[in-house]
Design a protein around this ligand. Sequence first.
Ligand code: MTE
Ligand code: MO
Length: 475
Amino acid sequence: PYFEEEREGWKGYIEWEKHPEKKKQVEEVLKQYDFPDPPEFQFVPLPKTNPILTGERFKQYHYATGLGHLVDISWQYVLKEKAADMTHVLQFPYNGEPPRSKSAGVHHPCREKNALSNQELRYIQDRLVSTEITRNEDFFVRNHGGVPEIDPEKYYLEIEGLVKNPQRLTLKDLQDESKFPRQTNVVSLQCSGTRRLEQIHQYPGDGDELINAPWAEGAIGAARWTGVSLKKVIKYCGGLKDDAMHIELFGADTYFKKGKVYNYVVSVPWRKVKINEVLLAWEMNGEPLPKLHGFPLRAVVFGYIGARSCKWLYKIRGIKDPSEAPVQRKEYLYYTPQIGKQNALYSNGFSIQDMPVSSAIISPKDMDVITHDGKVKLKGWAYSGGGHWPIRVEVSPDGGAIWYEVPTENMSTKYYYAWRLWEIELPLDPEGWLEFCVRTWDSALNTQPTYVRSAWNWDLHVTSSCHRIKIYSIN
Ligand code: MTE
Ligand code: MO
């Protein structure tokens, strides 16, 4: 059931026919490998050295690690298995992919050639923390496959499975306020890979995530989403049948995994839906949902990892147990630090839903040289998932011995489901290399692990430790 279905007015596939020349070229190259045919490709030179990973153990990822900033996440397939013995890697962009702003796609500070310049990176990240509601064009994009094209006139949402009266609802139905009350919420989405780069520095796990999403601090944002509560839609279908406990969400996009094509499918528990924390949204910051963010309809699951907020939503299903789809079952698993190459069984991982409390310093940036007259200004974000919100942010100028509390008036609006931006001016006397770090306390009094290695995990998810940067201070 997790393979792509045909539907009128919806194109989830790539148009091979339009690129006969390239298709042929690709076929030639692919003969050497055992991979599905891509529609289009280009060679991208990779950096010869990688400042992040050194040593024998990491050799096989040597080239792959360069990909993070060269390739963005929407590429269809990367010959990563072969990357170790190539100086070039194939990239396959999708046809008709909407253009992205740099700020939407690149939020990680790899500083090799071909990456963003420091100046660009600084500009982008400063923009990110300049508004508590993120501009649509600055909102990070994380796509597992291509962006499907959906004709809104022909679009309908199918509701089936363990619901009492299965229905098909058009956009007009959903937007008809006599049927469904509208709901608007300011909600942060955060990719579970945010700040993954810090875990990569420690040890890069199976290497998969180096290619897929080697994010730094920018895979997070807040938007004002408008739509209907999924709960009301299920009620409209007469409610769930007795044994239904979860709702499965089907995205119209397709992606490759181990040579097979799947739809993007996840699930959320009914208890989450019941408290109106799952929104089916068609509007983002007062504009129709942009294509890159799931046009015409997406789920927004408050406080969960971004992965559950299924984009290009075309079908929902009442089910008994969590979805069997690969995204739900095999990805987004949280392992203990002892789990690694030898014992990484899917059954050893917890399925990640709630996002933990986390924060980051965005300005200054790691390795900055700052000249000051005894004072330095820090800026960043703080967030907590699972229905909690940041209540206190503390920063330390000396790696965590002394902590200063950010005054509440220097924290942005408390929205319950969104991040809070903060800034603080610290007194600073010492000169030379210093380590700044930040930690946040949330409304349930959770705070962050001190060091990244205490929460390192094989799939490199939800990096929640204190964010640390090194700066050179000149007084
Ligand atoms: N939904 C579909 N259909 N396909 C996807 O690839 N990516 C997920 C989620 N929903 C994804 C998806 C992930 S991993 C994240 S972090 C969020 O979308 C990102 O949402 P954004 O791109 O709007 O920021
Ligand atoms: Mo994600």
